[in-house]
Design a protein around this ligand. Structure first.
Ligand code: H2U
Ligand code: ZN
Length: 350
């Protein structure tokens, strides 16, 4: 095989952000598929659902009543995975083999909009900007608490990703310890800064802009791309053009453009298979541990499970569970497909 054909040959790619590898098998995209190809059924919109725990004015499962909110509404999770006020667990095992320690935290839910039927893709940019403002305010509020050292914001979109409710919302889990994923990214970014004197993601973005083939969409402040090392078929990384560490460091222009790029990415996702595209999305940013973190570059990860249609998903099983992640379609062809679909939401075309 000539050396230039590496893109057609099975290969592995390195993710410098997590320092893990992904196996790419481009030759397998030709293999026959006899599985299901059905389109997801569309259901008529419900703007207010009297049985929804998140709709304005309704009573939540925990017994609290939601206000008649008009834009964004934040509340403490009624079934929080973490609690802010537990004493140190002095009786917990703490040796080389069995180790447990306290994890303090605060969990909240952010309702994006009173309309039960909306999604980020179909909200107005100004409305998404209010959500960005709310995320920033949450980071400010939670981050200033001495017991909180990391604020993780994430959205589970769609039942395929385990979202418990279609009402547009996300979760905020803030913790005493930095969780494993951002911790691994922090170590890699710090090591890169120390060895290269530059930011890892600033350098990555410069290379991606030069290469162009993995870029999906962009605006003045942000670029969305399928990273060279993407694991999920249509995974994207949303990178701030400026070296900025966290929500709390963003100016008004950055917040407006973050709202815009989130709408652009989610619209292209929905248009790909003409469905409300499922994903887990979240932001990675510097910890709130009062230390200086010049290594941190703010970004969002979109991890969508769909592979071939509105119902056919990629499973991380078998070799992926026991060996390492693997993908068939290349990140370059995934980016090409996301670029090729309209920037206008398909529901507006009808
Ligand atoms: P997910 O859709 O990503 O599961 O998020 C919904 C969260 O909302 C979930 O963590 C919380 C659940 O605990 N929730 C409440 O706090 N109160 C309710 O009445 C319903 C759901
Ligand atoms: Zn609702």
């Amino acid at each position: 095989m000539p050396p230039s054909s590496w893109l057609q040959a099975p290969h592995r790619r390195f993710n410098p952000l997590t320092r893990a590898w992904v196996l790419v098998s481009p030759h397998r995209t030709q293999r026959p598929w006899q599985g299901e190809v059905a389109k997801a059924e569309s259901v008529p919109p419900i703007h207010y659902d009297p049985t929804c725990y998140l709709c304005p004015g309704n009573t939540r499962a925990g017994g609290h009543q939601n206000p008649e909110y008009k834009d964004v509404f934040v509340f403490d999770n009624d079934y929080a995975a973490l609690l802010p006020d537990i004493p140190p667990l002095t009786d917990a095992p703490h040796d080389d083999l069995f180790r447990a320690e306290r994890e303090l935290g605060i969990c909240r839910v952010v309702c994006f909009h009173p309309d039960h039927d909306l999604t980020l893709a179909r909200m107005q940019p100004r409305e998404i900007e209010r959500v960005v403002e709310a995320w920033s305010a949450q980071c400010q509020d939670l981050g200033q608490r001495p017991e909180i050292n990391y604020v993780q914001i994430f959205e589970n979109r769609g039942p395929m990703m385990g979202a418990s409710n279609p009402h547009p919302h996300c979760q905020v889990w803030s913790t005493e310890h930095i969780p494993d994923e951002p911790l691994a990214e922090q170590a890699a970014q710090l090591a890169y800064l120390e060895s290269h004197g530059n930011c890892l993601l600033c350098d990555t973005l410069a290379r991606e802009i030069q290469a162009t083939e993995r870029i999906v969409c962009e605006n003045q402040e942000f670029v969305a791309l399928v990273p060279f090392w993407a694991v999920w078929p249509f995974e994207t990384l949303v990178l701030s053009r400026r070296h900025c560490g966290a929500f709390t460091e963003m100016n008004a222009a950055q917040k407006a453009d973050l709202a815009d790029i989130l709408k652009q990415v989610t619209t292209r996702y929905d248009n790909l298979f003409q469905t409300s595209f499922p994903y887990t999305m979240g932001f990675h940013q510097s910890p709130t541990d009062l230390k200086s973190h010049p290594e941190w570059h703010f970004h969002a990860h979109f991890y969508p499970p769909l592979l071939r249609s509105a119902t056919i998903r990629k499973f991380m099983v078998g070799f992926e569970m026991l060996g390492m992640p693997q993908r068939d379609i290349t990140p370059e062809s995934a980016a090409e497909r996301l670029r090729a679909v309209s920037h206008r939401h398909y529901t507006l075309e009808k």
